[in-house]
Design a binder for this molecule. Structure first.
Ligand code: GLN
Length: 538
């Protein structure tokens, strides 16, 4: 039973993007969770998209899908992985969502003749949304990360709302943590404080005095640097924390803990004494160590469309690493962009890999290369894990090269193909809006006995997250099955095929869902664990 009201930690960012605010927010939440607090995280994205679903992963990073079907910013994935807890879609707040709710309320006549303005109507809507999460989830502490960099026009209404929240809830209930950078111009050079000074000034200009500073730097923050930052930013030196580069992001909670951050937060919140949390720490440390101790390499080729930016498939990268750590292996991932032309005759470069993974994707570009890749893995008995698009194009490859349907394709790629092995979901045919209209979120899947899928999930019923418009066309079910493919998982009373496998192959698995979103450090998603395991066996 919660006895007091929720405490808030607001995380803002200064200097520039990409400092790892998401990891710092997740690490703070993790530390508090390890200290037996009921915590959760919220991400504010001040952009004008309603959600992340329509953004290109190359520009913005992966679209993370929540259990309840939200297409969210990838930081939500960080929170889920660090906390080992599902985060509802309401925890990703965007400008579009706030403005739509205000405009809809205005149309309903809820503002009673008032002139509707950013202050107070928009800021009230932001505060209500945050407070509602804290209240309905009965949280001890809610960490709210505000995207963007202080000084951006877009984030101003959000920062203003957070400032007001502190005033309303009282300083004993709200902490501001500002993430900044102390660059050194060369390896041994002096750590520069000016960018931090300026970004704190910018924050103070809009009425926010940070309580804590988390300073990114390549090596631990020196005492003198801390003192200087403290003096210029009006933050006590003991409240300036070093967030230096680490071998693994999972080491950040320990790094902050060692500098006393939990005591500082508890004291500021007036929470008495630390509960005995050593058991929690033992479990967490065992997980972190499993990542640091895994040395033996397993080389995996990731053949997909958005391989130019590591963040495009961040959950898959993590899921592979979770699986590796549990198995004592270090998974090395090479991202391969396979242009259909480039790959012709060049498929053999894939032979140096122990496993091939094809992640999700959209559209025609690169699809021929992926189809050939899926076929290559099948012919050469190389472990294959196809996710969503990777499931669909594995089916296309099987149609072409095993069933003799040379024109087999997905109608997403070739709308008029004679053999639409992959076709639009019937209910998608009438949908016109592109935003938020795919088949999204967790759905029940039935898994058949005596299959690879059952062997790894050990259950006839699983729930997995989806994000797709196309699916396997059941017109081809009999032909495919007679040629040696097994559809071992399905949903909606067999209306949709969800899992395919080839029993005669070392490991050939395609899944219509996205298993990567359920993978957590210490608890790898089953298909990833089985895939990395199969890839580790010579
Ligand atoms: N483009 C495919 C579809 O819409 C696959 C989507 C994906 O890989 N997430 O069904």
């Amino acid at each position: 039973m919660q006895t007091e009201s929720t405490k808030y930690i607001f995380v803002t960012g200064g200097v520039m993007s990409g400092l790892g605010k998401g990891v710092i927010s997740s690490s703070l939440a993790k530390l508090l969770q390890l200290s037996n607090q009921k915590v959760s995280c919220v991400k504010i994205d001040p952009y004008l998209n309603y959600d992340a679903g329509t953004m290109n992963p190359i520009a913005h990073g992966e679209v993370f899908v929540t259990e309840d079907g939200g297409e969210c910013d990838m930081d939500i994935g960080n929170y889920e992985r660090f906390l080992n807890q599902n985060i509802p879609r309401t925890h990703n707040i965007t400008t579009a969502q706030i403005y739509s709710s205000v405009i809809e309320a205005e149309r309903r006549g809820e503002y009673l003749g008032a002139c509707v303005q950013i202050i107070p109507h928009v800021t009230d809507a932001i505060k209500d949304r945050i407070k509602k999460i804290a209240k309905t989830e009965n949280l001890d502490i809610l960490v709210v990360e505000c995207g963007g960099t202080v000084g951006d026009i877009e984030s101003l209404p959000f920062l203003e709302a957070l400032r007001q929240l502190r005033l309303e809830e009282g300083p004993e209930n709200v902490l501001f943590v500002h993430v900044t950078l102390a660059p050194s111009l060369d390896v041994v050079g002096e750590q520069k404080t000016k960018p931090t000074q300026h970004s704190v000034q910018e924050l103070r200009r809009i009425g926010i005095q940070p309580d804590l500073l988390a300073v990114r730097c390549s090596r631990p923050l020196e005492v003198d640097t801390k003192k200087k930052i403290s003096l210029f930013s009006n933050v006590s030196a003991k409240d300036v924390f070093s967030c230096h580069d680490a071998e693994s992001i999972l080491m950040v909670p320990q790094m902050l803990y060692d500098q006393g951050i939990v005591d500082v937060i508890f004291k500021k919140f007036g929470k008495v004494g630390l509960l005995n949390t050593s058991a929690n720490w033992d479990m967490w440390n065992a997980i972190v160590n499993s990542f640091l101790n895994s040395q033996e390499k397993v080389k995996i080729a990731m053949v997909g469309k958005y391989v130019k930016l590591a963040d495009s498939y961040v959950s898959i990268n993590h899921a592979l690493k979770h699986a590796g750590a549990k198995l004592g292996k270090k998974v090395v991932i090479d991202w391969i962009w396979i242009d259909s032309e480039e790959l012709n005759g060049d498929l053999d470069k894939l032979s140096q890999y122990s496993g091939i993974i094809v992640p999700g994707g959209f559209g025609e570009r690169g699809s021929e290369g992926i189809i050939k890749t899926a076929n290559y893995a099948r012919e050469k008995n190389i472990p294959y894990l196809g996710i969503c698009f990777g499931f669909q194009l594995a089916a296309v490859a099987f149609g072409r090269y095993v069933c003799g349907l040379s024109s087999a394709n997905s109608t997403e790629i070739a709308p008029n193909t004679e053999n639409p092995v992959i076709d639009l979901l019937p209910e998608q045919k009438i949908i016109e809006n592109k935003g938020g209209s795919l088949r999204l979120g967790a759905n029940e899947i039935k898994v058949e006995d005596n299959t690879l899928a059952f062997k790894l999930y050990k259950s006839n019923t699983i729930y997995k997250r989806h994000r797709h418009r196309y699916e396997f066309n059941q017109k081809y079910l009999e032909l495919f099955t007679s040629k040696g493919i097994r559809f071992s998982g399905y949903s909606d009373s067999k209306k949709r095929m969800e899992i395919l496998e080839i029993p005669s192959h070392k490991f050939y698995l395609g899944v219509q869902f996205h298993p990567e979103f359920n993978s957590r450090p210490g608890y790898p998603e089953e298909s990833f664990e089985a895939f990395v395991n199969a890839s580790s066996i010579a």
